[in-house]
Design a protein around this ligand. Structure first.
Ligand code: M6R
Length: 611
């Protein structure tokens, strides 16, 4: 949720921190702040609102010092304000925190009884007080941080600097992401990789319970048992430009247009066409284990849940293993039935979504084999799962997920083929046909992006609509759901995604001449196409406005719809990927025309690491 960055080295820290926060702003953007240490004294600057407000204050009066910590906030406890912005300080201790302290009220009362005065409404401020109290009692910073953590119930990524030991940064984490960046004469800590890319690509992912001590020369790590440990650095192959806008007005637009490259990267090295199978690096399920799977349970939230819906269609038809798709937030609290012959797949762009991570842990604890389909190497899910399949989409900065969705669909399609072959449901030849379809995706996505001009025109027509309905059948149901989610989260227009067959059971009552209905109707799969044409007739008969997403060679639906958006024809399991592209563009352009902050929509954050 929140973004954290820390720097210690031979440069002035404020500019490094601000540029790191700029790259983390997608994690939270209702206020920001930094604390800089000049070897003796702390200077703190904080500002409500977007990072540019903080930048303005830093430019007017730049804090001096080569050690510093910064934070960009997504409010959980306490409204966005200067006082509630991090860093929080108390008696020479400054902290930035991501996560939630569940017992903060009790701790606050105890501290107040000892004379502590609080200056914010946040739970996080408690950390500054606890650490200051421990240091006052004679502890060194490292022990004071450990002492504070022992008193706290909840989750945290915590970074601390203090005037009392003004030569180091201490960082620790539990259930929140934290990554260390290693370099010459300088070291970094951050909640996500993009903050580090400008300076280093050698990183260490901290484990839960780890505590790191950073000085310019070295980083020492101690595990939960306070034992010094060595965690091997990993080299990240993302480049700094991958986390920049590259000439586009918004990250969302850039990321939509990056999809031909992103899906090609998901495919790279995985399609073994002559053998009619798929290679996943690190695949560690035995053929016997795969034969024995009786169920696949997909666990995910938001857009990743929608890709799971399409994945169900793919995996069931390719391997005949029954698939259930579960909202991760529901799964973990309903005593789920899990058996040793189940495979639980956590789908996640970030790999840090708390509900998905917890659901996967729950499935694992109950005996399921686990896998994650994830975009971020080293993230919590990739560390927890028995097997990781990376989507390789590159950093996704726009809060609205776009390339993560299409690359997840590619990953699920490849997985379906792999499982289908291992269970002998697919012949080599059938698998080869699917692999041929899959390798055409980058080109088809490229073509689908040509729909932008038509989509823009439609966006202009409906920019002031109050509501939208999205309909799709079969695998296109997930596309309709995703189209509606995309539109509502960036344009703030109310939108519903429905299975076409459900329209008669309620939503049809909404239809009038003001309601735009987006119907996702490629010709494949045929069974869905034939039925969805009936839905279009029903909408038209009630005066609704039909915007149909159809294959470029579809003469029939062209005549029925008020507006058409054409996409290149494709096969049944590819069509959800291609049909999603114009819906992403529709959401983007409507939001842009309404003057919304497309990359950082109100109330949202990129990774939801709290419940
Ligand atoms: O990182 P994850 O894929 O686990 O995130 C899940 C959802 O929070 C995410 O897809 C969210 O719904 C996006 N804002 C959708 O655009």
């Amino acid at each position: 949720m929140c973004g954290i960055v820390g720097y210690i080295g031979d440069k002035q820290s404020a500019p490094v921190l601000v540029s790191g926060l700029r790259r983390l702003e997608y994690r939270g953007y209702d206020s920001a702040g930094l604390a800089v240490l000049d070897g003796k004294k702390l200077s703190v600057v904080r500002a409500t609102g977007k990072l540019k407000n903080l930048e303005g204050r830093v430019a007017t009066d730049p804090p001096q010092g080569k050690i510093g910590i910064g934070h960009t906030r997504w409010a959980t406890h306490g409204r966005p304000s200067d006082e509630n912005a991090h860093p929080h300080t108390y008696e020479g201790v400054a902290v930035v925190h991501n996560g939630i302290i569940e017992n903060h009220l009790v701790l606050k009362e105890q501290l107040k009884a000892k004379g502590h005065a609080f200056s914010s409404e946040t739970d996080s401020e408690v950390f500054a007080h606890l650490i200051a109290a421990e240091m006052k009692a004679g502890k060194r910073l490292v022990d004071a941080v450990r002492g504070a953590i022992r008193q706290v119930k909840g989750t945290y990524a915590l970074v601390v600097v203090t005037e009392h030991e003004a030569d180091r940064i201490v960082a620790t984490k539990d259930s929140q992401p934290m990554v260390l960046g290693l370099s010459q004469a300088q070291n970094f800590v951050a909640s996500d990789i993009p903050a580090l890319l400008e300076h280093t690509r050698d990183v260490v992912f901290m484990e839960d319970g780890d505590l790191a001590v950073l000085t310019p020369e070295k980083v020492e790590i101690f595990d939960a048992a306070n034992k010094a440990v060595t965690r091997a650095p990993r080299r990240i192959d993302w480049t700094p430009t991958m986390a920049e806008k590259g000439g586009h007005r918004h990250f969302m637009h850039k990321e939509i247009f990056e999809q031909p490259r992103a899906v090609a990267d998901t495919l790279r090295g995985r399609v073994l066409r002559s053998e009619g199978t798929v290679h996943f690096e690190g695949w560690n399920f035995t053929p016997e284990q795969v034969q024995a799977f009786t169920k696949v349970t997909i666990l995910a939230c938001g857009t990743s849940y929608h890709s799971g819906m399409a994945g169900k269609w793919m995996i069931e038809s390719l391997s005949r293993i029954p698939v259930e798709v579960e909202l991760a937030s529901e799964f973990r609290y309903r005593d789920p039935i899990v058996e040793k012959t189940h495979l639980a797949i956590a789908i996640s762009q970030s790999g840090e979504t708390l509900d998905t991570l917890a659901a996967m842990k729950e499935a694992k604890a109950r005996g399921a084999a686990t896998m994650t389909l994830c975009n971020v190497i080293g993230s919590a899910m990739t560390r927890e799962a028995d097997l990781t399949v990376l989507t390789n989409a590159g950093p996704e900065i726009g809060v609205a997920s776009t390339k993560a969705f299409t690359t997840q669909l590619i990953g699920l399609y490849l997985l379906g083929v792999k499982l289908g072959r291992l269970r002998n449901h697919l012949t080599v030849q059938q698998a080869q046909e699917h692999l041929t379809h899959i390798t055409e995706v980058p080109k088809l996505v490229e073509e689908a992006l040509h729909s932008e001009a038509a989509v823009k025109k439609i966006a202009r027509t409906y920019v002031n609509a109050q509501d939208f309905l999205f309909l799709g059948r079969g695998p296109m149901h997930s596309v309709a759901m995703e189209g509606a989610l995309k539109l509502k989260e960036v344009s703030y227009i109310h939108a519903e995604g429905y299975a076409g067959g459900e329209m008669k059971h309620g939503p049809i009552a909404l239809i009038d001449e003001k309601l735009p209905v987006v119907v996702v109707a490629p010709k494949e799969p045929k069974v869905s196409y034939e039925k969805i044409a009936g839905n279009i007739e029903e909408v038209r008969a009630r005066g609704g406005q039909v915007i149909a997403v159809i294959d470029a060679d579809d003469k029939h639906l062209t005549q029925l719809a008020d507006h058409v958006i054409t996409i290149p024809p494709s096969s049944a399991l590819i069509a959800p990927i291609i049909a999603t592209i114009p819906l992403q563009l529709l959401a983007y352009h409507v939001a842009e025309m309404r003057g919304n902050d497309v990359d950082q929509p109100r109330n949202l954050a990129k990774s939801v690491t709290v419940e």
